[in-house]
Design a protein around this ligand. Structure first.
Ligand code: CTP
Length: 426
């Protein structure tokens, strides 16, 4: 049984062909595995290629990195390497391996092995197929566990009954894939999942790994589906017992989703989608509960600051934006420019009036991009000495510009000479 590699972009296809040839020359067998194979069969774009090597993956990756003049990162203790091409395109290489878990949730002990063993240690049948990239059978599928049939029947099925016990993060993964593809976790697997939940195995996952799973769920296109299912299967309480799925939460997620497909587009890539969704997820928690959760999930200080700041200041920002007094552009700018993009997007999703929504959208699209034309070096040319006065002049210029008083460089020069030259010590 062969798979159609035609849908892959040409550049990737050429790289795969070259990799195949170089691996053949080195006498090792290689296979594309996991999500790449699943998505290729489903005809879903996925350009993250995972390659399993029957042999030394790091050695092969070194040869390839040299050939392509690409960057390589090696992880000796895991026998893995990543090579990165321009434009952020990456290929992961791993030595085919068996995994032994000392206790549930532990990092596994790893031993080199064959592709069949490597597929046999994986989470679900649909993720446990490989495509041969070897000359003799290039493009043929290795499907030892019925993955293709399960894909056709839209089923998520574990390979063996200890799967969730070996690795409880698979509880989250099963739900995520089920909801992403509109599949069903098969009955036996669902019973195993429920048993693992009852045994409190989610508690054994360390904070960083739970954080990863939450991020992956919140980065899905329709994260609420997985959140609702996590709650149905009693898993959400392990993230935090106070997070309760309600109609209000569902609406919050859908509104947020809507913002991502409309207003957020102006921001390009300048925000992390999952953070805005995290704010929706934890909207009913109080400040202390959120702080505690951030620590449990081992967020970085930077991420914690965004989340906590949002909790502390969102309400005040709303009261300000809703007030009936006239809000000049410069006042709006001063109020909003300390807010991270993720919080502003969250505020748009929560805005009850179109007036408030429009103010934030206008801030993001117009006001936040306004800057004086004059720079520090212009001020030097005008005879000012660098120091606090620079900040004073540039802020004053920005304020006047935001309020529409200035437009050209000449306007700005006139403004500086009228209000600053001869009025402050240089
Ligand atoms: N895998 C596993 N058990 C895990 C994590 C991963 O068996 N707990 C295996 C699966 O075969 C999976 C592959 O490693 O397909 C790659 O994992 P990952 O990159 O996390 O997932 P993808 O399947 O590529 O899914 P996504 O589309 O979400 O990236």
């Amino acid at each position: 049984m062969n798979v159609n590699l035609e849908n892959i972009p040409n550049k990737t296809k050429n790289i795969i062909r070259i990799i195949s040839e170089l691996a053949g020359n080195s006498g090792v067998k290689i296979y594309a595995v996991g999500g790449f194979v699943r998505d290729l069969i489903l005809d879903v774009d996925n350009f993250d290629i995972d390659i399993v090597v029957e042999g030394d993956a790091i050695k092969l990756a070194e040869i390839l990195a040299r050939h392509f003049n690409a960057t390589i990162k090696k992880y000796k203790q895991f026998g893995t390497a990543v090579i990165s091409f321009d434009e952020g395109f990456k290929i992961d290489f791993a030595t085919a391996r068996k995994e032994l878990y000392e206790y549930p949730g532990a990092m596994p002990d790893v031993q080199p092995s064959t592709i069949k063993d490597d597929l046999g240690r994986r989470d679900f049948t649909v993720n446990a197929m490989a495509i041969s990239l070897n000359k003799e059978d290039f493009g043929s599928i290795l499907d030892f566990f019925g993955g293709k049939k399960d894909l056709e029947n839209k089923i998520i099925r574990v390979l063996h009954k200890l799967s969730f016990i070996d690795d409880p993060t698979r509880i989250f993964r099963a739900i995520r894939f089920e909801q992403r593809f509109g599949f069903k976790i098969d009955e036996k697997s669902q019973n195993l999942l429920k048993e693992a939940v009852k045994l409190d195995l989610i508690k054994k996952i360390n904070g960083f790994r739970i954080q990863d799973e939450i991020l992956l769920v919140l980065n899905e296109n329709e994260p609420f589906k997985a959140i609702r299912r996590l709650s149905e299967l009693n898993c959400l309480k392990y993230v935090n017992p106070k997070i309760i799925v309600t109609k209000k939460m569902e609406k919050g997620f859908l509104k947020m989703q809507n913002v991502f497909t409309t207003d957020a587009l102006v921001l390009g890539e300048k925000f992390l989608k999952w953070i805005s969704y995290f704010l929706v997820l934890t909207d009913d928690l109080n400040l202390n509960e959120i702080k505690k959760l951030c620590v449990e999930l081992k967020f970085t200080i930077g991420i914690m600051e965004i989340i906590i700041f949002s909790k502390q200041k969102s309400q005040k920002a709303f009261s300000f934006l809703n007030s009936n007094i006239f809000l000049s552009n410069s006042r709006i700018y001063t109020k909003l420019h300390c807010f991270p993009n993720e919080t502003l997007l969250f505020l748009i999703s929560k805005a009850e009036s179109s007036k408030v929504k429009n103010i934030i959208v206008n801030y993001l699209t117009v006001l936040s991009k306004i800057k004086p034309i004059l720079t520090g070096s212009d001020l030097k040319t005008l005879g000012f000495l660098p120091g606090p006065v620079f900040k004073k002049i540039l802020s004053s210029l920005l304020e006047a510009k935001l309020n529409g008083v200035l437009s050209t460089k000449e306007d700005e020069l006139r403004y500086v000479s009228k209000f600053f030259i001869g009025k402050i010590t240089k």
